[in-house]
Design a protein around this ligand. Structure first.
Ligand code: 13P
Ligand code: SF4
Length: 302
């Protein structure tokens, strides 16, 4: 493994490349990554990098967002299979039908959406800034897509804002059931339950803290508590165990794994960098329109 890490680091320097990795990635990827974090952090890093090549160890919409922010740079996705099932739940036609049912209501899209969908939304958001973004619209009704659960969680936190959601969801997070939380609390009395807002509302209602992947990691790092039940993808637990060995982290149940996030290996990253392969492209018109939606989010999140 050390050999491939050395090779990747050498190539990175030679080619002026940067590696961005989501916290759900296979943990060994952190050894070559320049930035590891949640989707907001990674899009902020993509927006300000000077590198000529961006390797995105994440899912397709993340690499696409990086490309939209950097039209003149080469953005590579080590394995093209890395899609996001939730992002694929709404296409432009379905978005238009959804918007037509609710005319004149601003539309917020989760960053987990395609570039085409972003072209016809007012602003996008991530799980870490969704509340702030919806508030920034000063509207009493907003459309939210594709994730119904993140949208409904936002609504539950805001007074007087109706959040009308599309029926998308994350299959990985929906595997977590309320009874899993009850069982975990029975087995680990006193442990704090930290959940991602993509979980079902019946799950987030039972959590002590709800936040993005970075939010969960920050909460666990700063808390005086020693035991945490983690209701999100396994990559977060792997990193928490590595970074805070004095604390105990329990994955809510086995196999809360996003298969799409786990495609990339160090070999794939090496090959992508060496061959400059699996380049993500977005047509100019789509990219320019989608950029407005992403830029508005970055502006509000500063
Ligand atoms: P974060 O915004 O927390 O990184 O979440 C992205 C994601 O796809 C979670 O499933
Ligand atoms: Fe998409 Fe769910 Fe995987 Fe996140 S965990 S990338 S929302 S399928």
């Amino acid at each position: 493994m050390n050999e491939i890490i050395t090779e990747i680091n050498k190539l990175k320097k030679e080619k002026n490349a940067v590696i961005l990795a989501h916290s759900y990635q296979n943990i060994e990827i952190d050894k070559v990554a320049d930035y590891v974090g949640d989707s907001l952090y990674l899009s902020q890093m993509a927006a300000k990098t000077d590198a000529e090549i961006i390797i995105f160890a994440g899912v397709y919409f993340m690499a696409q967002t990086a490309k939209i922010l950097n039209p003149d740079k080469k953005v590579l996705l080590p394995r093209l299979e890395s899609g996001c099932l939730m992002a694929d739940m709404i296409n432009l036609k379905q978005l238009r039908e959804f918007k037509a049912k609710y005319p004149d209501i601003p539309a917020v899209c989760y960053i987990n959406s395609t570039a085409e969908v972003k072209t016809e939304c007012d602003i996008c958001c991530t799980s870490s800034n969704a509340l702030k973004i919806v508030k920034s619209l000063n509207a009493n009704k907003v459309l939210f897509l594709p994730d119904t659960y993140l949208g409904k969680w936002v609504e539950s936190k805001l007074d007087g804002v109706e959040v009308i959601t599309y029926h998308g969801y994350c299959p990985t997070h929906l595997r977590i059931k309320p009874e899993d939380i009850h069982n975990a609390r029975k087995n680990y009395p006193g442990a704090k339950v930290l959940a991602h807002p993509e979980c079902h509302m019946e799950v987030t209602k039972l959590a002590d803290y709800v936040g993005s992947t970075t939010g969960i990691m920050k909460y666990a790092a700063e808390s005086r508590e020693k035991q945490f039940i983690i209701a999100t993808e396994k990559g977060v637990v792997d990193r928490l165990k590595r970074d805070y060995p004095e604390k105990e982290f329990i994955l809510i149940k086995d196999n809360i794994i996003c298969p799409n996030m786990k495609w990339h290996t160090l070999d794939d990253i090496y090959n992508a960098l060496k061959q400059e392969q699996h380049e993500i492209t977005v047509d100019k018109d789509t990219a320019e329109k989608a950029l407005l939606c992403i830029d508005r989010m970055l502006e509000v999140s500063k």
